[in-house]
Design a protein around this ligand. Structure first.
Ligand SMILES: *[C@@H]1O[C@H](CO)[C@@H](O)[C@H](O)[C@H]1NC(C)=O
Ligand SMILES: *[C@@H]1O[C@H](CO)[C@@H](O)[C@H](O)[C@H]1NC(C)=O
Ligand SMILES: *[C@@H]1O[C@H](CO)[C@@H](O)[C@H](O)[C@H]1NC(C)=O
Ligand SMILES: *[C@@H]1O[C@H](CO)[C@@H](O)[C@H](O)[C@H]1NC(C)=O
Length: 200
């Protein structure tokens, strides 16, 4: 009898230990969130994505937690249009069971050191905008972006806009699909290009 219990116990502990779990939540416009626990696949990591979206004078801060999957761990990303509009997010991973206990975390960006990109912002149109100014990108390998589409702001406000500015190369690959709080309703243009060297 004792042997049976023992074997059962080992089996039980073994199967619990084999499950890798993370805290999970998705909260727009709040730096904290209520946790659930999710099972991730073995070998995965837990993630916390903190996102800051500046829309004119309003800053929306949002948070996502879950399994890291194929997200680029421990990296920061940003899209900058001008001093009134930017989107930044920080991806932080950890690799032990239920380790993603922390909440919103956004590293301070230093002085932008990247190339220059044409910059413009125009609301209520998906027909593009004419760049009269330029913006200095945050990091050396950043790309220029041309975007038109309809989005839902974190406060529910739906608008169409056309923008040009800077973007982190990783975001060109993810095509804004990793964004936490800014919901894409329709995307008409999403074009990443290398910065024009003659502008530097
Ligand atoms: C943010 O979330 C916390 C915890 O869920 C809640 O108590 C608080 O009211 C929320 N704040 C806002 C501005 O929604
Ligand atoms: C996670 O795995 C545990 C152990 O296998 C299981 O009891 C639990 O139901 C699973 N949870 C979810 C949400 O699938
Ligand atoms: C943002 O600016 C607009 C117009 O200038 C003003 O009406 C609004 O109250 C401001 N919002 C905040 C949160 O400061
Ligand atoms: C991410 O950073 C944390 C904290 O510095 C570290 O423990 C972890 O190993 C890093 N993960 C990866 C995948 O680099």
């Amino acid at each position: 009898m004792r042997l049976v219990i023992c074997v059962f116990l080992i089996f039980y502990i073994g199967s619990v230990a084999a499950v890798f779990q993370c805290y999970s939540c998705h909260r727009k416009n709040n730096v904290t969130c209520e946790h659930e626990i999710v099972n991730c696949t073995k070998g995965d990591k837990c993630v916390i994505i903190s996102e800051e979206y500046l829309y004119f004078n309003v800053t929306f801060r949002s948070i996502y937690k879950g399994c890291a999957g194929n997200l680029p761990c421990n990296s920061s990303h940003c899209g900058r249009i001008n001093s009134e509009h930017h989107l930044m997010y920080n991806i932080r991973c950890c690799d032990t069971n239920l380790c993603n206990t922390q909440f919103f975390e956004m590293p301070k960006l230093g002085k932008p050191q990247g190339p220059l990109c044409p910059s413009c912002y125009k609301e209520n149109t998906v027909d593009g905008c004419e760049a009269k100014g330029k913006i200095r990108c945050q990091n050396k390998g950043d790309k220029c972006i041309k975007y038109s589409g309809t989005v839902k702001n974190p406060d529910g406000y739906v608008m169409s806009y056309s923008i040009r500015g800077c973007i982190t190369p990783m975001e060109c690959r993810f095509n804004l699909k990793r964004v936490v709080a800014l919901e894409t309703i329709q995307q008409s243009v999403f074009e990443c290009t290398d910065p024009d060297k003659t502008l530097m």
